[in-house]
Design a protein around this ligand. Sequence first.
Ligand code: ATM
Length: 229
Amino acid sequence: MTSGSGRLIVFEGPEGGGKSLQASRLADSLRDDGHEVLLTREPGGTPLGEEIRTLLLRRDGYTMLPVAEALLMSAARAQHVAALIRPALEAGVIVVCDRFIDSTYAYQGAGRGLSMRYLQVIQDFATGGIEPDLRLLLDVPVSIGLARRWAERQSVNRIDAADAEFHERVRQAFLASAAAAPDRWAVIDSRQHVDLVAQDVRAAVAGVVQTSAIGSRTEEATAPPDRQP
Ligand code: ATM
């Protein structure tokens, strides 16, 4: 569980699932409901984290060992948790984060083949044990997701450019994590229209956050006429 009275809701999944758009739509709809929301992302979120992101994702950059990649992801996360996420949670804010620890397990663990045991220790060190209240897995088959990414060629990053087998291991790792802990994950089919994905996201989030707009809209829509004032 998270610390304090806030909530940590994270978007996870393979490439091309539309996480950034859905994270932003969720943040807007929670704000419309009157919640205070912090929308952020990993790697990134802080000035240092965004610089680390540039190092990690540039395609004209360095040869990078998997262990260096894992430690840089985790360094950015440590800064992010200490400077932004933990204080926000303690202040009762809903934090909506585009990727978090499960991306490290999927990409650096299953994708790159690093030891899960070491990765878990590093994540504890980086986060101080903060866990998401809900993980939204925006799932999309690798062929569709990568085609969506390559359609905007200029935005393809160093990790996107890995081979399809790598991305398949990543996707399967996310699906396996979600299947092993269905109370902590909601799996959403990202092949749907973006509006339907957004509806599924809001329905899943209603389990961890008071979403007055959803509740009242549903009640208005379903209340029989004789119960209306
Ligand atoms: P976005 O595509 O969600 O912006 O994330 C940037 C990349 O960072 C993404 N790569 N691709 N392809 C996933 C990768 N990533 C990791 O490999 N490990 C992590 O811990 C995180 C947070 C992201």
